[in-house]
Design a binder for this molecule. Structure first.
Ligand SMILES: [Zn+2]
Ligand SMILES: [Zn+2]
Length: 289
C-alpha cells in the first residue's frame, strides 16, 4: 500500500513553519484590500488564471497527475512553473498527494477527507504533521514518472523560488499594490478555491456516478475552480481530460484543452467511452456532448 509508506509525522501536532507562512499570507491578503489599484487587480486576475487554471487544473491535476492529455515538453514545464506559483508545493509533492487521495478516497490513508473533519479536509491537513513539500525522494515514490525528469526534481526542491522571483519582479515594476495583489491575495484566493475541491465537493452536491467515495458534483465549485467542481465525474473517470461531462456542466479547463488540441498543441486527449459512462451512471441527465 502506498499510504503506509508516507510518513506524515505526528498529525496531531501543528507545523509551526507552515502555520507561520499561511497566517502571514492571509494577513497580507487582507492588507491588499486596503492597497487597491486597477493595474494591481488586473495583474492578480491574469496571474490567477495562469497559475490556478493552467498551473493547477490543466497542469498539476489533469496533465501531471492523471496524464489525461499530452502537450509539448515546453508547455508541460511552463504549466509546472505556473503550478509552483500557487504555493501548493512542487509538481512531485502535488502529484503524490493527489494520487494517494484517489487511491484511498474517503478511506484510511486519504490525506484530506471530510470524514476527518470539514476544516481538516479544507486546510488543516496542510498545517498538521511533518511538511513534505521538499521531501522529493519520499514523495517521488508516488510520482516515479516525474522523478525521471531532473527538471521536476529541481522544481520540487525549489518550489518556492519562482514565487519569490515573481514577487521581486512585481514589486520592482508596480510597487507594493502589485506585490500584495499579485502574490498574497492571489495565492490565498487560489488556495481556498483549490481546497474547496477537497472539502466542498466531498460534502455537498449531486452524484451522477456510483463511486466508492463521497465525491459530489458542485456547479459553484466548478465555476470557482476552473471546472474542477465536477468532482464526482472525475472520481468515476479519473483519466478523463474533461470533467464536466454533461451538457450543462461547464468546464473551462476542458474548453482550453480542446483549444490546444485544435491548435495541434495537445494530443492523446483521454475521454471515457459511452460504455464506461453508462456502466457507473446512477442517472442520465444528458449524454456526453
Ligand atoms: Zn476527491
Ligand atoms: Zn484527480
Amino acid at each position: 500500500m502506498l499510504t503506509n509508506e508516507i510518513e506524515f509525522g505526528d498529525r496531531k501536532r501543528v507545523n509551526s513553519g507552515t502555520l507561520f507562512v499561511m497566517v502571514s499570507f492571509h494577513i497580507l491578503a487582507v492588507v491588499a484590500l486596503f492597497n487597491v489599484t486597477w493595474s494591481a487587480v488586473i495583474v492578480a486576475c491574469v496571474l490567477h488564471w495562469m497559475c490556478a487554471c493552467w498551473g493547477i487544473t490543466m497542469g498539476y491535476h489533469r496533465l501531471h497527475t492523471h496524464r489525461s492529455y499530452r502537450v509539448p515538453k515546453l508547455i508541460e514545464y511552463f504549466f509546472a512553473i505556473c503550478g509552483a506559483l500557487t504555493l501548493q508545493g512542487g509538481p512531485i509533492f502535488w502529484t503524490a498527494i493527489h494520487r494517494v487521495h484517489h487511491q484511498n478516497s474517503d478511506n484510511e490513508g486519504d490525506p484530506h477527507t471530510p470524514r476527518d473533519g470539514r476544516w481538516w479536509s479544507h486546510m488543516l491537513w496542510i498545517l498538521y504533521g511533518e511538511p513534505l513539500h521538499s521531501k522529493t525522494e519520499v514523495m517521488g515514490k508516488y510520482a516515479p514518472d516525474l522523478m525521471k525528469d531532473p527538471f521536476y526534481r529541481y522544481l520540487n526542491d525549489w518550489h518556492w523560488l519562482p514565487l519569490v522571483i515573481l514577487g521581486v519582479c512585481l514589486v520592482s515594476v508596480g510597487g507594493l499594490p502589485w506585490l500584495l495583489w499579485g502574490i498574497f491575495l492571489r495565492v490565498v484566493v487560489g488556495l481556498h478555491f483549490t481546497w474547496l475541491v477537497n472539502s466542498a465537493t466531498h460534502l455537498w452536491g449531486t452524484r451522477r456516478f456510483e463511486t466508492p467515495d463521497d465525491s459530489r458534483n458542485s456547479w459553484w465549485v466548478a465555476l470557482l475552480a476552473f471546472g474542477e467542481g465536477w468532482h464526482n465525474n472525475h472520481h468515476a473517470h479519473p483519466t478523463s481530460a474533461r470533467h464536466g461531462l454533461g451538457k450543462y456542466e461547464f468546464d473551462v479547463s476542458w474548453v482550453q484543452i480542446k483549444l490546444l488540441e485544435r491548435l495541434g498543441l495537445a494530443w492523446d486527449v483521454k475521454l471515457p467511452t459511452s460504455e464506461q459512462l453508462t456502466k457507473k451512471e446512477i442517472f442520465t441527465v444528458s449524454q456526453i456532448q
